[in-house]
Design a protein. Sequence first.
Length: 271
Amino acid sequence: MSLDNSVGLRDGTGTNVGDGSLLRARSIVKVFGAVVALNGVDLDVKENEIVGLVGDNGAGKSTLIQILSGNFPPDSGEIEFDGHPVRFESPADARNAGIETVYQDLSLCPNLDSTANLFIGREICRDFLGLRVLRRREMEREATELIRDLDIDLPSVRTRVDLLSGGQRQAVSLARFVAWGRKLVLLDEPTAALGVRETAKALDLIERLHRDKGASMILISHNLQHVFRIADRIVVLRHGEVAGSRVTAETSPDEIVSLITGSDLMTAAAS
């Protein structure tokens, strides 16, 4: 990767881009065999902005998130993050740059507790006779402080994740973003597996994290009500291309649906 700007529980947030843009993706193309998943997609995210990324199944939303999170590179196109051109070769590259991803399946290890999940891949260790030994108490102390600061209801940071409710597991996943993803968090259907009450709590937590931490976000969701509640701007993908970008306060669910389905093109043709 062409940028190494590591962040962590003790680090700062890095430098700012002069014009307020945190992420710029230009002409992103990704092809899988005969399927063109992304065809020249442009996407901007400003500092402290939440962008809702919507579209029908197969529109290219998850593919774009996978590229931004470092799971695979684009076939062509350029990405600029925090004022520098970047090419993420792995998810670790994206995390080191300050990007954290919260997936629908949460990407948590169910047999580990909340502390281990918060620090996975970033464990605090000390050297002992040439061996790396976990500083477990220090990790638990920092995890407890983080969970308390976020007002997350957990029985204990020592409780295994598979014994937590769906909402509590999602909260742990979001807390990991607070600890490590200081600049941009990618939310891929973060409430899809939650019930009504847990969804409401997750949305409240997302809004509070955005307000208190000031991080930018990209939210993928099929629930337009959630998108309109949280997003500052909505970008619509259709057949691997950007069908439109709208300021949330200046559009409506009907207009967004028309961009998703392509009925805007049919209306324009009929007129």
